[in-house]
Design a protein around this ligand. Structure first.
Ligand code: SAM
Length: 235
């Protein structure tokens, strides 16, 4: 999935304002929890960008990530943080946190609705009493534009990337075949990585969190306009 692109991930998403997102995340946590968190677990943490910007603002940080290549990059950036290899649909760290996050639509990799429910359960069981689960959804099915052509370009002195994909929907799943052409001083490579992202409905997200015994709220804007589901352990 990210096996070959992981080491270029931070350059590819250089346009994303992680600093602003972390500011908004902390403001949302404050609004829903009324107190700053002492501990936070980021599930599907990728290269650890959110975690690295949360340092110094949250005392205890940990991450979970499935993909080994992403985890390798995250561990290079954050050698002092516990970063676990795990699958969001079934991990158990034997610990609880004030906040558990799953950001940048990573939840859409959970598979079908049963996978979404398993992920919600796995994440919810890592919450302290009074904790918060924050899930940033993927695009909702009615907002999906099929057949769109996308190109992303990175143009740095020692790194040239062109990533092109044609988005197509297969039933409930958005299939993104990312075609990469990447040049570095070591040479030029091209490869394709396929991403299957499920187009869950707002009701499916909500009910997955409710089945995990959470009371659910939805913030329309979230971190960057995708919205944010916020779950709190029900009394
Ligand atoms: C779009 S990236 C988001 C990474 C990071 N949260 C960010 O905001 O930059 C999605 C991440 O989810 C990870 N992922 C996909 N399926 C997963 C699973 N079942 N369990 C844990 N992580 C998974 C991918 O490897 C990738 O790092």
């Amino acid at each position: 999935m990210y096996d070959r692109s992981a080491r270029f991930y931070d350059a590819i998403y250089g346009w994303k304002d992680y600093e602003d997102e972390v500011r908004r995340l902390l403001a949302l946590i404050d609004a829903y929890r009324g107190a700053p968190p002492a501990s936070l677990l980021d599930v599907a943490c990728g290269t650890g960008k959110h975690l690295s910007l949360l340092r110094g603002r949250v005392a205890h940080l940990e991450g979970v990530e499935l993909n080994e290549s992403m985890l390798t990059v995250a561990r290079e950036h954050l050698p002092d943080l516990p970063l676990h290899q795990g699958d969001m649909t079934g991990f158990d760290l034997g610990q609880r946190f004030d906040v558990v996050t799953c950001l940048f639509s990573a939840i859409a990799y959970a598979g079908a609705v049963e996978g979404l429910r398993k992920a919600a359960r796995s994440m919810a069981r890592h919450l302290n009493p009074g904790g918060l689960l924050m899930v940033e959804p993927f695009i909702f099915p009615d907002k999906w534009n099929d057949g769109q052509l996308h190109q992303l370009v990175v143009d740095q002195p020692d790194l040239k990337i062109s990533r092109i994909n044609l988005s197509r929907r297969q039933g409930r799943v958005a299939v993104l075949d990312m075609h990469y052409l990447i040049g570095t001083p070591e040479g030029v490579e091209h490869f394709v990585e396929r991403h299957d992202l499920t187009l869950f409905t707002p009701q499916e997200y909500r009910s997955a969190l409710e089945v995990a015994n959470l009371a659910v709220a939805f913030d329309e804007y979230g971190l960057d306009g995708r919205g944010m589901f916020v779950g709190r352990p029900a009394d």
